[in-house]
Design a protein around this ligand. Structure first.
Ligand code: FE2
Length: 263
């Protein structure tokens, strides 16, 4: 089973780039299942219904998210697309949406996707380590192929979860920082790991946002509205190949390209 993970979409142009490149990417990398983190697709915060429908139409099998899915007036999509659009599992009980889902491919193969969020330099939600343990035990009764999107700020927390889940899930891929790291590897017990898959969006920016506004925000220390940058849009992500009988990863590599760099 070959899984394509596409990192955090920033802005509508990123949705357009995925729509444009996905058929070729799938073909080129022989992809069976595609996961996209869409939490910044709507002008940097959340994702809209029309964007979700567009991504679904072009062949995205599952969307993951993170902290911005809860922004004002953004969470409604979780009610409409819950199960297809995941939100971090470890938010307190009572919140809408689902944090994990099992997907059945046309040929009967099953893959689970689990979305978690870190707590270091972020909200003090439930423990992602304990939430993962509990959920993974449940998911493994349905399939050994389990893909984890860990939406977290701190490298150490991401590495720690990777080691904690080594051998229990197929992949732990980090998101949220919007900067792709070069530490992809397969851990000793068979879990593919990458600290951060990066961002699909404008790289002439500060994590996707207009540079001058970001600079002003740091200098002025008062609230300056962000706006999504426009130039040099790249698609970031990773491909993971999973052994279907054991759920262990056989290969992981990163993707980082723009429109003209794809064959
Ligand atoms: Fe985030």
């Amino acid at each position: 089973m070959r899984v394509l993970f596409i990192a955090d979409l920033v802005g509508d142009d990123a949705v357009g780039l995925v729509a444009d490149l996905l058929p070729r990417l799938k073909n080129l990398h022989k992809i069976d299942f595609t996961i996209v983190n869409g939490e910044n697709a709507d002008k940097g915060k959340g994702i809209t219904g029309p964007q979700i429908r567009r991504l679904k139409e072009v062949g995205v099998d599952c969307l993951t998210s993170g902290n911005h899915i809860w922004d004002p007036r953004k969470r409604e999509v979780l009610m409409e697309f819950g199960g297809y659009l995941l939100r971090p599992l470890n938010y307190p009980e009572g919140n809408v949406g689902l944090g994990a889902s099992v997907f059945k491919l046309a040929d009967g193969r099953k893959i689970a996707v689990l979305n978690l969020q870190g707590r270091s330099f972020m909200y003090s939600i439930e423990c992602p380590f304990r939430a993962a343990e509990k959920e993974v035990r449940k998911l493994r009764s349905e399939t050994f192929m389990i893909f984890v999107d860990f939406h977290a700020e701190a490298t150490a927390e991401k590495q720690a979860l990777g080691w904690h889940l080594d051998g229990k899930v197929s992949a732990v891929i980090g998101t949220h920082t919007h900067v792709q790291t070069a530490d992809e590897r397969i851990l000793p017990r068979g879990t593919a790991y990458l600290t951060d898959a990066g961002m699909t969006g404008p790289v002439d920016s500060v994590i996707g946002m207009d540079t001058q506004r970001a600079i002003d925000r740091f200098i002025l220390q008062s609230h300056v509205y962000y706006s999504v940058a426009k130039h040099n849009i790249r698609l970031n992500g990773a491909v993971v190949e999973i052994d279907e009988s054991t759920g262990k990863a056989k290969e992981i590599y990163r993707i980082n390209l723009n429109k003209s760099e794809i064959q």
